[in-house]
Design a protein around this ligand. Structure first.
Ligand code: SF4
Length: 681
């Protein structure tokens, strides 16, 4: 019996794995506080890839004669990668080689992948798919609070609030075990408010559902703040004592009267007024954002506007209240803390900070001047592949950008333009199928490593079974490549040794893991960062006394509504939005292969009025077209979506051929959540 955590989302539900002959059985683990034994169907079926016929167990290299992938030995594959990398860098410089990581990698892998890029490859070109997940909330959190931790309180605090406002979160479908907190809150008389263009299973449970046009969560927040000011609901004492910048924000919301908000967002005046009434008189209000609010070209501004609401009400740092981001990927949080983001070093240090560079270089035993500077953000990196001056080689670990990147057809073309594409994965994903070299690596139950869940709780996944013969861990891949590249810096292949190094590298940083050990995690059901010393208890709750800014005060930030980069017009008269379904996860590379999960394929959700207008019938094919591509899939005619909006889940090839690559100017988040579209039967 091995206690571990789910391989998928940021809840990191605790589970126990039991070996029964060749079968690995998932069992509940009621003692783990985050999920109290509950799992969603993805968790229950998490062992479904074990022994799968598509599991990769030998490296593959593309044969130049046939252009087909063929089996190869590890030495042949790694020698080939090192040789090609060195030749490309000799010809075009260190940045000719890029690295693309993932929000599902353990902290140890994310940390050493960043080190591999900066030290062994000497490239600035490293980023990860988590940039497409929480980066707008991360940027907003850093600006407002001086720190970015998804939830600055344990998830269980949700049920102690009086009113919870979920903006762009479908909690009940994306992380069902977390929804019990909403139920308990309502049982004790609390209210749940959902802001979402679709009436999702989460919205069905809500006391109030606001259904704005996709891309207009920002003016809803501005209008709410306008009404709170008018009602005298602002906590003036809190604002004066704990914040700066309020006057500018108050000036900015004066013009957002409810009728204007209704005109822009479609949210009726009466509903916005009811929202203001509920939050304005509640003792404890919690605002939680997720991808629906964040994956926009104005994602950072949208989150800042909702943070402004929470600050104006005096809720941030208050017990059972505040603002939080519900992170998405299993290790989206830890993945960005330890160095696989283009502008960050381990411990959430910024790469352009000389003191941060000196600290990390000392741990790595290299000259600080040898560390490269900031590189391109995730989408910009992919967009530059194979272009003049752009990377000529790409190493991909834990990501499937051919499916998950916005404007995916273009990204696939960029991947095809590379001189060398190397993909480490457990199955031949759509990205791996394009690669020159494919490296078969361990999956979750076959390796040990830490993850940082949506609460900032560092948890430990323990190895439960040996990997299939022929498979290596990502850490072994990094070590093998570093050695072949002549790099003498340490690349430990033992996860605990890697974590010990990460602790030193993070010490003194914003995400300080110095006091966290594997033994403490086992004994304490995880440890919350920051935890600067082994005798420090960890920090479940932030901001009670002060914020992580220079003067200890939170920052109000005045923002205004610009709107989505692409607005409907005569040719593309509808809004397209994308999202998840219960039975699948991310690009689906894993879950689409799990037999017990429903693989429905993509579908197009549209309102009966729209279906009647275009002649679409439930279950029959429709074609959705945007300026970037088209998708043909069965219609699902539902009354739960706005009549001006269509929805497509993104777990299958196709949805992201449609999405827009317009980027948020600060977070560099692509606008996954809205673009202009047309639909025809
Ligand atoms: Fe796994 Fe998330 Fe489901 Fe929990 S909610 S079982 S972590 S996918």
């Amino acid at each position: 019996m091995t206690d571990t955590h789910c391989p998928y989302c940021s809840l990191q539900c605790g589970m126990t794995l039991q070996r029964r002959g060749p079968v690995l059985e998932v069992q509940a683990r009621p003692a783990f506080p985050v999920n109290e034994g509950a799992l969603c169907r993805k968790g229950w079926t998490a062992a479904g890839l074990r022994g799968h016929r598509e599991r990769l167990t030998t490296p593959l290299v593309r044969d130049p004669a046939t252009s087909e992938l063929r089996a190869a030995g590890w030495d042949e594959a790694l020698d080939l990668v090192a040789e090609r990398v060195r030749a490309l860098q000799d010809e075009s410089g260190a940045d000719a080689v890029a690295v693309f990581g993932g929000g599902g990698l353990t902290n140890e892998k994310a940390y050493l992948l960043g080190k591999l890029a900066r030290v062994a490859l000497g490239t600035s070109q490293v980023d990860y798919n988590g940039r497409w997940c929480m980066s707008s909330a991360a940027t907003a959190g850093n600006r407002a609070f001086g720190i970015d931790r998804g939830l600055p309180f344990p998830l269980a605090d949700v049920e102690r609030a009086d009113v919870v406002v979920l903006v762009g979160s479908n909690l009940a479908e994306t992380m069902p075990p977390a929804a019990r907190h909403l139920d308990r809150l309502r049982e004790r008389g609390g209210r749940v408010i959902v802001v979402d263009p679709r009436r999702t299973p989460t919205a069905e449970r809500a006391d109030l559902h606001l259904q704005p046009v996709p891309g207009t969560d920002l003016p809803v927040a501005l209008g709410l703040l306008h009404l709170l000011v008018a009602a005298g609901a602002v906590d003036d004492a809190y604002v004066a004592a704990r914040t700066t910048g309020w006057e500018e924000v108050r000036g900015a919301v004066i013009g957002w009267w409810p009728e204007r908000v209704e005109r822009v967002s479609g949210v009726p005046v009466a509903e916005l007024t009811e929202l203001a009434r509920l939050v304005g008189r509640a003792e404890r209000v919690m605002v939680l954002t997720a991808r629906g609010a964040e994956q926009h070209s104005q994602g950072t501004a949208t989150v800042l506007a909702w943070i402004d609401v929470a600050l104006a009400l005096g809720m941030v740092g208050k017990d059972g209240a505040g603002y939080g981001c519900l992170t998405g990927q299993g290790n989206g949080q830890g993945g960005r803390e330890h160095g696989q983001k283009a502008d960050q070093l381990p411990g959430y240090r910024m790469i352009d900070d000389p003191a941060a560079r000196a600290h990390v270089a000392d741990v790595w035993g290299v000259d600080p001047d040898s560390l490269p500077g900031a590189g391109r953000s995730a989408y910009e990196l992919l967009d530059a592949l194979g272009t003049p001056g752009g990377p000529r080689a790409l190493l991909v670990h834990g990501s499937n950008p051919a499916v998950s990147a916005p404007r995916a057809t273009h990204v696939t073309q960029r991947l095809a333009a590379l001189d060398l594409l190397v993909v480490a994965d457990i199955v031949l994903s759509e990205t791996a199928a394009l690669a020159d070299v494919v490296l078969p690596v361990t999956e979750w139950a076959e390796e040990t490593g830490t993850m940082t869940n949506l609460e900032g709780r560092v948890v430990l996944r323990e190895r439960a079974v040996a990997p299939p013969e022929g498979v290596r861990s990502d850490l072994e891949v990094y070590a093998g490549l570093a050695a072949r590249l002549g790099c003498t810096a340490a690349f430990p292949t033992d996860p605990e040794a890697a974590f010990e190094e990460l602790r030193r590298a993070s010490a003194g940083g914003r995400a300080d893991y110095a006091g966290i050990t594997y033994d403490r995690i086992r004994a304490e059901d995880g440890v919350f960062w920051p935890c600067p010393a082994e005798d420090h208890p960890g920090t479940p709750r932030l901001f009670a006394e002060s914020f992580a800014t220079a003067d200890g005060r939170a920052r109000f930030v005045a923002v205004d509504h610009v709107g989505a980069a692409e607005q409907p017009d005569d040719d593309y008269p509808l809004h397209l939005t994308t999202g998840r379904v219960l039975g699948q996860y991310q690009s689906g590379a894993q879950t689409r292969r799990v037999r017990d999960l429903p693989d429905t394929g993509p579908f197009v959700e549209l309102h009966p009025m729209l279906a009647a207008r275009v002649g679409a019938r439930d279950g029959e094919p429709v074609v959705v077209t945007t300026r970037r591509g088209e998708l043909k899939a069965p219609a699902r005619v539902v009354g739960t979506i706005r009549p001006d909006t269509v929805f497509v889940p993104f777990h299958w090839v196709g949805a992201n051929r449609l999405t827009n690559d317009a980027l948020d100017p600060s977070s560099r988040m692509p606008e996954f959540k809205v673009c202009a579209a047309q639909v025809r039967a």
